[in-house]
Design a binder for this molecule. Structure first.
Ligand code: SF4
Length: 332
């Protein structure tokens, strides 16, 4: 029997090539070996979003990218977190078995509280419990994560273990599956590629837009003149060349070290590599955008399939926790 994979992603709108290399390529491949559940976690987004005007548009654009890149709604369950409300019930029940000090010591809570001191809401503290509910509601055994997310998954495992030891076994302890390409640097060469740092290249960008974005990339800071030899190992353009022009990476590396290629030419090559790698994606995205009903049907079908699993798990949880009503007429 195939194992079940779960992964949740915040609705950040159009996906960028960091999402593509760091997660989406992997998600597509996992469909071959696992039963996959991919969820757009809109409730999680509310812990940091104060303005929700663009939330639905972001969900739509992200789903369009997911489908165009090859996530298959016939094989995988693709759905929106809030469309399966059982997750909120399980979140509440798991919060009863999660010691508060486990949550207060989570580094990302401290970091978020530092970044948004005006909005340190209760949801921020409970974030790992909701994340655990997302995973265990579907009894997922495998969770694809980057190394930076391992502590979160460990906490989910601890919460599942604690529930099982208090009330009896219901949940498998989810195992991490490390993604092969966990960190993609942004065009600034310093931060992780992210829309919020404005250092990204959208997957759906046109070849001209890709070229314009690549031209802004920071390269080897020690290479100030065309005649200086470069150091590809510290250049984020080169990191991307390895992914988008893998057959020419060796040649580019040698030419950079010997100053036989300038950064402008190198960037043009990179932009061409990204454009041609994503051409089939752009075409499929265009075709899907003309069929909004298909996207809605895929999401609605995904929510239905997810809810069937969720109801069954939640029933087991309530029974173990003594929440199933026993009529007084049946009591001795
Ligand atoms: Fe980076 Fe390419 Fe310039 Fe070398 S030639 S420093 S790899 S952009």
């Amino acid at each position: 029997m195939r194992k079940r994979v779960f992964s949740g992603t915040r609705p950040t709108g159009r996906q960028h090539i960091g999402n593509y290399l760091g997660a989406l390529q992997n998600y597509v491949e996992l469909q071959e070996e696992y039963d996959c559940i991919y969820c757009i976690v809109d409730i999680h987004a509310l812990t940091t979003l104060e303005d929700t005007d663009k939330l639905q548009e972001n969900i739509y654009e992200m789903m369009l990218d997911w489908l165009a890149v090859g996530l298959d709604p016939q094989r995988s369950i693709l759905f929106i977190q809030s469309h399966v409300p059982e997750v909120m019930e399980l979140y509440t029940l798991l919060s009863m078995v999660t010691p508060l000090n486990w949550l207060l010591r989570v580094p990302t809570f401290k970091e978020k509280a530092r970044l948004q001191p005006h909005n340190v809401n209760y949801g921020l503290v409970g974030y790992p419990v909701l994340m655990t509910a997302d995973i265990v509601l579907y009894k997922a055994e495998v969770v694809p994560v980057g190394e930076d997310q391992l502590p979160h998954l460990e906490l989910a495992r601890e919460i599942a273990r604690r529930f099982n030891s208090l009330f009896g076994h219901v949940f498998p302890e989810p195992q991490a599956k490390l993604t092969p390409f966990p960190l993609v640097l942004g065009l600034d060469g310093v931060q992780k590629m992210s829309k919020s740092y404005n250092n990204d290249i959208e997957m759906a960008a046109t070849p001209q837009q890709i070229l314009e974005r690549v031209m802004t990339a920071v390269t080897d800071p020690a290479r100030r003149y065309r005649s200086d030899s470069g150091h590809p190992e510290v250049c984020n353009v080169f990191q991307l060349q390895q992914s988008f022009n893998p057959l020419r990476a060796e040649e580019i590396s040698t030419a950079c070290r010997s100053a036989n290629i300038g950064c402008v030419d190198c960037k043009e090559l990179l932009a061409q590599g990204i454009s041609s790698a994503l051409e089939p994606f752009r075409e499929k995205r265009g075709a899907l955008a003309a069929k909004p009903h298909y996207i809605e049907e895929a999401l609605s079908n995904g929510a239905g399939r997810a809810e069937a699993i969720a109801r069954e798990t939640l029933g087991e949880v309530k029974e173990k926790m003594g929440l199933v009503w026993a009529s007084r007429l049946d009591l001795p």
